[in-house]
Write a protein that binds this ligand. Structure first.
Ligand SMILES: NC(=O)c1ccc[n+]([C@@H]2O[C@H](COP(=O)([O-])OP(=O)(O)OC[C@H]3O[C@@H](n4cnc5c(N)ncnc54)[C@H](O)[C@@H]3O)[C@@H](O)[C@H]2O)c1
Ligand SMILES: O=C(O)[C@H](O)COP(=O)(O)O
Length: 525
């Protein structure tokens, strides 16, 4: 009988579903990482919320683990590449707590508008300070959404009911979707000075980290009120404190913090600051939704192999699986490469299967490309919802098959329409198993897309390889693999190299400063 550990507090209905479905279950919450390491080896499944951190170290001890189920949305507490490498499926429940979290953002907006927590404390202290608490109306005010996905669009809907004007910054929001949810799509620099209230609803990614930086906070309207129910790290907390103290920011409400649990914080005690302990998803309704859903999904997988809402595995039938799996790994890597290299909305993506690839069921391959592409910007994307999300974002998906073989026995090519014109990447399978990039924007280059990588476009000239090797060596960065390609001798060249640790902003700046470098960026697979 498969055995599951529930390691974070969740509705008792989860345990009930597991037992009803023939899965043994232990509920042991509040363990330290060392305590978890000591017991995790017994379990086939791990059901979590946001407290348990599933690190490579924990996974290394999880010798029987097959599935991690997140009763909620954000999976930033799970090392997904490490879980994938360990063959562990990671599932989440992408919609079960969206309404509840949107309602929390609205609640915090009211709390700020009318200083409810401070008025409550003062009144219960017997002060009756009627003249101290002068609020503002929400009616007619402008709400600026940063991130207009599932939760952001529910917040927009509720705010419109309150007669607010809603503007949104989300580079992946299509004009059609913006129209459908009734928001004005704007750039961040337009949102900051216009919004009376700003609320954040993006995942924490390299692009969104510190999106409300000191510099951006300084561009906000005087008297702005800011709400974050998404992830700590989206706002520069020290800069926020300064602007609250100076009165530029009239109020701020945080449900999430850079370091959690936040038991002490420089913002605590600041006037017009409201804090809640990551309560966004904490309603009876949402907790029932996510507990039932996670237990059903995990039991399905453990008992019958069914896969739903997996972040690192496609939904598949047992017969197709062995042949399609390596193709999906290739498709996902190519999609991710395109997503990391492209900027903003892509109106069209074409997926061309050539040779042996053209004989296969294209659906999982297309979903894998889209999941790889969209996951760069959202934790909630999986093989199931990627095609739907692509449609919602106005991305036209074209499928082309050519059964005749070209240079390779099997090939997948992804072409995207960008502002700079049509650009494509292509990959094949070595030995029918191992994904390899073979072409990047028209340049032949052979590379394994894996782990932390550095991508450089440079002028093909003598001495360049030595300079880059020296720059990395001086930065103490160890190179794993090194792949080169060029359009023509002396022309544009590309370099893809894998390194043993994350590529830092400092290293990118150093590489960009080298003579002959046209562009450089970090990639992650
Ligand atoms: N406080 C809580 O308890 C709680 C509860 C649920 C969800 N969350 C968090 O809320 C966040 C949003 O959840 P969701 O379900 O709406 O996710 P979602 O994936 O549906 O939406 C995220 C949106 O952010 C947009 N985005 C990505 N990069 C962006 C960028 N650089 N600038 C602007 N927008 C960008 C995406 O295009 C997408 O539309 C997640 O981080 C999730 O973990 C928190
Ligand atoms: O991403 C989520 O679903 C929320 O952050 C909720 O987290 P929690 O389950 O720990 O409340």
């Amino acid at each position: 009988m498969p055995k599951v550990l529930i390691s974070d507090k969740m509705s008792p209905l989860a345990a009930q579903v597991f037992r009803e479905r023939g899965v043994e279950v232990d509920e042991i919450t509040g363990k330290t990482p060392d305590e978890l390491k000591a017991i995790i080896g017994e379990y086939d499944g791990l059901a979590i919320r946001s407290s348990t951190k599933v690190t490579p170290d924990i996974l290394a001890h999880a010798t029987n683990l097959k599935v991690i189920g997140r009763a909620g949305i954000g999976v930033d507490n799970v090392d997904i590449p490490a879980a994938s490498a360990a063959g562990v499926v990671v599932m989440n429940t992408p919609f079960g707590n969206s309404i509840t979290t949107a309602e929390h953002a609205i609640a915090l907006m009211f709390a700020l508008a009318r200083q409810l927590p401070e008025a409550d404390a003062s009144t219960q202290a017997g002060k009756w300070e009627k003249n101290r608490f002068m609020g503002v109306e929400l009616t007619g005010k402008t709400l600026g959404l940063i991130g207009a996905g599932n939760i952001g669009s529910i917040v927009a809907d509720r705010a419109q009911g309150l007669k607010m004007k809603v503007i949104a910054f989300d580079p992946f929001l299509s004009p059609e979707r913006a129209l459908e949810i009734g928001v004005e799509k704007v750039e961040l620099d337009q949102l900051l000075p216009r919004a009376d209230f700003i609320t954040l609803h993006t995942p924490l990614t390299d692009q969104t980290r510190n999106i409300l930086s000191a510099e951006n906070l300084a561009k906000t309207k005087k008297g702005v009120r800011i709400i974050n129910c998404a992830r700590g790290g989206l706002i520069d907390e020290a800069a926020l404190k300064q602007l609250l103290d100076s009165g530029h920011v009239a109020g701020a409400a945080l449900d999430v913090f850079v370091t959690e649990p936040a038991k002490e914080h420089p913002l605590f005690g600041t006037p017009n600051f409201v804090a809640t302990p990551h309560l966004g998803a904490s309603t009876n309704e949402a907790q029932v939704n996510v507990a039932l859903q996670v237990a059903e999904q995990m039991a399905d997988y453990l008992v019958s192999g069914g896969v739903t809402n997996a972040l690192n595995m496609p939904s598949l039938s047992a017969e197709e699986a062995p042949r399609l799996k390596p193709y999906m790994a290739l498709a996902e890597k190519l999609g991710s490469l395109v997503g990391q290299l492209a900027h903003g909305v892509i109106p069209r993506i074409s997926i061309h299967a050539e040779g042996a690839a053209a004989e296969l069921n294209q659906k999982p391959i297309v979903s894998a490309v889209l999941a790889g592409y969209l996951r760069v910007h959202s934790d909630t994307v999986n093989m199931v919802n990627a095609p739907y999300l692509a449609r919602e974002r106005g991305i036209e998906v074209r499928e082309v098959r050519t059964e005749r073989e070209g240079d390779y026995h099997t090939l997948i090519r992804i072409s995207v329409k960008t502002e700079a014109g049509e650009r494509s990447v292509a990959g094949t399978l070595f030995g029918n198993q191992a994904p390899r990039l073979v072409e990047l924007f028209g340049i032949k280059v052979e590379a394994d897309l894996a782990g932390h990588m550095l991508y450089v476009v440079n002028d093909d000239a003598p001495g360049f390889i030595g300079r880059i090797g020296t720059a990395l060596g001086e930065a103490g960065v160890n190179i794993g693999t090194f792949h080169l390609g060029r359009r023509a001798a002396g022309g544009e060249a590309v370099l893809l190299l894998s390194v043993d640790e994350p590529v830092t902003g400092d290293l990118i700046a150093k590489v960009r400063a080298l003579p002959g470098v046209r562009t450089a960026m970090a990639l992650r697979f």
